[in-house]
Design a protein around this ligand. Structure first.
Ligand code: UDP
Ligand code: MG
Length: 312
């Protein structure tokens, strides 16, 4: 059983040395052939040079994949999958929030024959906002995929080769790897892992990048939100009709003076409705934007070069 470790790297120069040495040490404990694939997702710092050096220093063990610019974490991981050759592929973050020491545990679990093995982060070291949004996302994803995994956000995961091939055959642009994988997986399992603070540097997700990720996640999963929109629209319309009847009645009973007094209520309602309409249109836009991207079917990323030495 060959193991491939896939790690996306975006401006992580301060973490790379520790990452590489800890991964090498952890992998050599498994006693199986392995390769560590570091994907440079268009870093602007010295990450690129560091990966190049590491790939030359540890030929056959470290593979460098260089994207020509920044395409985002999940696209970078996909580029890593494309280059990988292992029977089991493990993804990991470069900031050492997922300790590489957990890799042997994942491999051990995969040997039991699961398609996907996820992880649950013990005392997650992230902000409250991130934890809360993860909690909500996990609940929604569990409902949609029907697979009761607890932590879809953690990228420390292992996939069998056939799942990787299935994911590579998907051509869509908006995807979230743990969910995509589970839509092909038959048997899944989870293990507990430690979670640490980011070793150094800041999260590579700005507020807008995070919003984009969440929309990717939502729209890649289902068109359910669109149906929800219709449902909400219907309810609001029914309410509107009811309210109209009520106003009409009150006007007959209490006279026109009362109805004039209600003008502001109508304004308030109008704002609510207009707001809802915009939310609905925005949501439609999110889908249409993604459809547009897929229709153009441009490459999801462009690999500039790969440093891979098979000599050892
Ligand atoms: N990453 C990437 N491209 C990006 C953003 C992030 O390759 O555009 C990588 C980053 O280097 C790290 C992983 O994705 O290895 C997770 O990023 P980060 O730790 O910033 O995310 P967070 O822990 O805040 O969710
Ligand atoms: Mg992180």
């Amino acid at each position: 059983m060959n193991i491939s470790i896939v790690i996306p790297v975006f401006n992580e120069e301060t973490n790379l040395d520790a990452l590489i040495s800890r991964c090498l040490e952890s992998c050599s404990k498994i006693n199986k052939p392995f390769e560590i694939i570091l994907i440079d997702d268009g870093s602007a710092d010295s990450s690129r040079i560091k990966i190049e050096e590491a790939a030359k220093k540890y030929p056959g063990k470290i593979v460098g994949v260089f994207l020509n610019r920044n395409y985002g974490q999940h696209a970078a991981v996909m580029a890593g999958f494309e280059t990988s050759s292992g029977d089991v592929v493990i993804t990991l973050d470069a900031d050492l929030q997922n300790p590489p020491e957990e890799i042997p545990k994942l491999v051990e679990k995969m040997e039991e024959g699961f398609d996907v093995v996820g992880t649950i982060r013990k005392d997650r070291q992230d902000s409250l906002f991130r934890k809360l949004s993860s909690y909500l996302t996990n609940k929604i994803v569990q409902k949609y995929t029907g697979i009761m995994m607890h932590d879809y956000g953690c990228m420390l995961r292992a996939y069998k080769r056939n799942i990787i091939e299935a994911m590579l055959s998907c051509k869509e642009h908006s995807f979230f790897i743990p969910i995509l994988a589970n839509s092909f997986a038959k048997t899944t399992s989870e293990i507990n892992v430690n979670h640490e603070k980011r070793l150094s540097g800041d999260s590579k997700y700005s507020f807008f990048k995070l919003i984009n990720l969440y929309f990717d996640l939502l729209t890649s999963m289902s068109t359910l939100p669109l149906r929800f929109l219709t449902f909400l629209g219907t309810i609001i319309s029914l309410f509107g009709i009811g309210f109209g009847c009520f106003l009409f009645l009150m006007r007959i009973i209490k006279g026109s003076a009362w109805a004039v007094g209600g003008v502001f209520t109508i304004f308030a309602l109008l704002f609510i409705l207009v707001g809802l309409q915009f939310i609905g249109m925005g949501l439609l836009g999110e889908y249409i934007g993604r459809i547009y991207n897929d229709v153009r079917s441009r490459p999801r990323y462009f690999i500039e070069k790969v440093i891979k030495d098979k000599s050892s």
